[in-house]
Design a protein around this ligand. Structure first.
Ligand code: GLY
Ligand code: MN
Ligand code: MN
Length: 445
C-alpha cells in the first residue's frame, strides 16, 4: 500500500532571503561588494548531466534555483543592493529543458533589486567600479576568475577614472556563521526532512529479509524519500550488511543480506535542500542475537546519553568525551578491551572500535558549515543550532576477537536541534531501542 502523503512546510520566504542578505551586508564596509556564483550543471557522461543541486551558500542568500547564476551584493547602493545574473530567456532552449526564470522573474519572484542575463556580464565591471574589497569564496576558482577579470578590466581603465578593487576577501566563513543558527522556517524544513527520513528507515526495516540485497533496502529508502518530496538523498545512502557495516562510508550496497547478520543503514532525504541524517542498525531477520544485542545496547546507551546532554552551553567535544567513556566502559565489560577505564581512554585503545567523532552540524549540507571552535575553544551550543549524535562500534573480523562479536558494525544516529532548555530530537519517528525495532519488524507497530 502506498503511504499517505505528508503536508509540506512552507518554503523560505522572499523576505527571509532578503533579511539574510541584510545581515551579511551589515558586517561589511560600505565600499565593498559580495560576488557569489551559484552552481553549474556537471556532466555525468557524454551529454548527460547529474541532477542539478544549487550551491548551498548561494541558495541561502537568494533561493534562486537555476544553474549558472551569479549574485552580486553592493552594500549602500541607492539603486538597489541585490543584483542577479542568470540564464537568458531562450525559447528554443526552453523547449528542451524547461522554462527559465529570467531576469524579470528574478526581480518579481526572488526579490532581486535588479537582474541581468548572463550575456550582460560585462556590466559587472561598471557595478564594481569603486568597490575596494570584493568578498567572494576564495576557494572557488570560478569565482576568483570572474573577480580577477573584473579587476583587470577596471585597472585597464584606471586612466579614465575607474577604480579597481584592491582586496579580495573570503565571504564563505561569514555566510557559514549565519547558516549555523537555523530560523524557525529552516527548522520546519529540517523537521520535515527528518520525518521523511525516519519513515524511510521504518520502510527498510519492514522490507528486510535474508537473501535480499543491500540495494533493495536502498530502493525502499529512496522510494520513501521521493514519494514524500525529498527528491534526492542528502548524501550517498549507505546500506551495509554484516561486516560491510564496519566500512564507515560503504556505498557499494551490492551484497546479499545474510540471516543472522545485522544491517546498518545511514540515509537521509534532502527536502528543499535541507538534510536529514539518520543511522539505524537492525537484524536482517528481525531478531537480535545475544552478542549483537549486548553490543547494540552499549551503543544505544551512549547515544541516548549523548542526545540527552544536548543543551545550550554544552559542546560537541564534551558530548564526544561522554560517548567515548560510555563505549569504552562497555567494551571493557564485554572483554573486548583490557585494562582500567581511564587508561583505555588515555591510551585511546578504544579507537580500534570507534574512530570517528560523535557529532557534526546539520543543515543545507549534511556535514554542515560553521566553525566548531571559537577562539581555540570548543564552541558552546546555542538555541537554533542543529547537530547529529552518532556513536558506533565497529568490531574487526580478527582472530583475537571472540567469535560472536567479529565483524559486527553498529551505529545509531539522530538529529537534534538545540532549544532554550535542551534538545529537540527530529528523528524520533524511527525506533532505536532493540525491543522496539524487533516489534516493528514483526509487524507489531
Ligand atoms: N551520513 C554521513 C554522516 O553520518 O556523517
Ligand atoms: Mn551524520
Ligand atoms: Mn549519517
Amino acid at each position: 500500500m502506498l503511504p499517505e502523503p505528508l503536508s509540506h512546510p512552507a518554503a523560505i520566504s522572499m523576505e527571509e532571503f532578503a533579511a539574510r542578505r541584510e545581515r551579511l551586508m551589515a558586517e561589511l564596509p560600505e565600499d565593498s561588494a559580495v560576488l557569489l556564483p551559484g552552481a553549474a550543471l556537471k556532466t555525468r557522461n557524454h551529454d548527460s548531466e547529474y541532477t542539478f543541486r544549487q550551491n548551498s551558500d548561494f541558495h541561502y542568500l537568494c533561493g534562486f534555483p537555476e544553474p549558472d547564476a551569479l549574485l552580486l551584493l553592493l552594500p549602500g547602493r541607492e539603486a538597489g543592493e541585490a543584483i542577479l545574473y542568470c540564464q537568458e530567456k531562450d525559447p528554443e532552449k526552453e523547449a528542451w529543458t524547461g522554462i527559465r526564470i529570467g531576469p524579470e522573474g528574478a526581480v518579481n519572484a526572488y526579490g532581486m533589486d535588479e537582474a541581468f542575463d548572463n550575456t550582460q556580464r560585462s556590466s559587472l565591471a561598471e557595478l564594481l567600479d569603486g568597490r575596494q574589497t570584493v568578498y567572494l569564496p576564495l576557494a572557488d576558482a570560478g569565482a576568483m576568475g570572474i573577480a580577477e577579470g573584473v579587476r583587470a578590466q577596471l585597472s585597464a581603465r584606471a586612466r579614465c577614472g575607474a577604480v579597481a578593487p584592491t582586496r579580495f576577501a573570503d565571504v564563505s566563513a561569514l555566510v557559514h556563521e549565519l547558516r549555523l543558527t537555523k530560523s524557525e522556517a529552516e527548522l520546519a524544513l529540517m523537521r520535515h526532512a527528518a520525518r521523511i527520513s525516519a519513515l524511510a528507515h521504518c520502510r527498510a526495516m519492514h522490507a528486510s529479509r535474508a537473501g535480499r540485497f543491500e540495494y533493495q533496502l536502498q530502493a525502499e529508502i529512496e522510494h520513501e524519500f521521493v514519494w514524500h518530496g525529498a527528491r534526492a538523498p542528502a548524501y550517498g545512502t549507505i546500506v551495509g550488511g554484516g561486516a560491510n557495516a564496519c566500512v564507515l562510508h560503504y556505498i557499494e550496497n551490492a551484497a546479499p543480506l545474510a540471516d543472522g547478520d545485522l544491517v546498518l543503514i545511514d540515509a537521509g532525504g534532502e527536502f528543499d535542500l535541507y538534510a536529514g541524517d539518520i543511522t539505524r542498525t537492525f537484524p536482517v531477520n528481525g531478531r537480535f542475537s545475544e552478542a549483537q544485542r549486548a553490543l547494540y545496547d552499549i551503543v544505544l546507551a551512549a547515544e541516548e546519553r549523548g542526545v540527552a546532554s544536548v543543551k545550550p552551553g554544552a559542546t560537541l567535544e564534551a558530548i564526544h568525551q561522554g560517548v567515548v567513556r560510555d563505549l569504552t566502559a562497555g567494551l571493557i565489560e564485554l572483554g573486548l578491551l583490557e585494562g582500567e577505564l581511564e587508561a583505555c581512554i588515555e591510551s585511546q585503545s578504544f579507537r580500534r572500535f570507534y574512530l570517528h567523532s560523535t557529532s557534526h552540524w546539520l543543515g543545507l549540507d549534511v556535514h554542515d558549515v560553521g566553525s566548531y571552535r571559537v577562539d581555540g575553544e570548543p564552541r558552546p551550543l546555542e538555541p537554533g543550532m542543529v547537530l547529529t549524535v552518532e556513536p558506533g562500534l565497529y568490531i574487526p573480523d580478527a582472530e583475537d576477537i571472540p567469535l560472536p562479536y567479529r565483524g559486527i558494525g553498529i551505529r545509531i544516529e539522530d538529529d537534534v536541534v538545540v532549544t532554550e532548555s535542551g534538545g529537540e530530537v527530529l528523528t524520533a519517528g524511527v525506533p532505536k531501542a532493540a525491543d522496539a525495532i524487533e516489534a516493528l519488524m514483526a509487524g507489531q507497530i
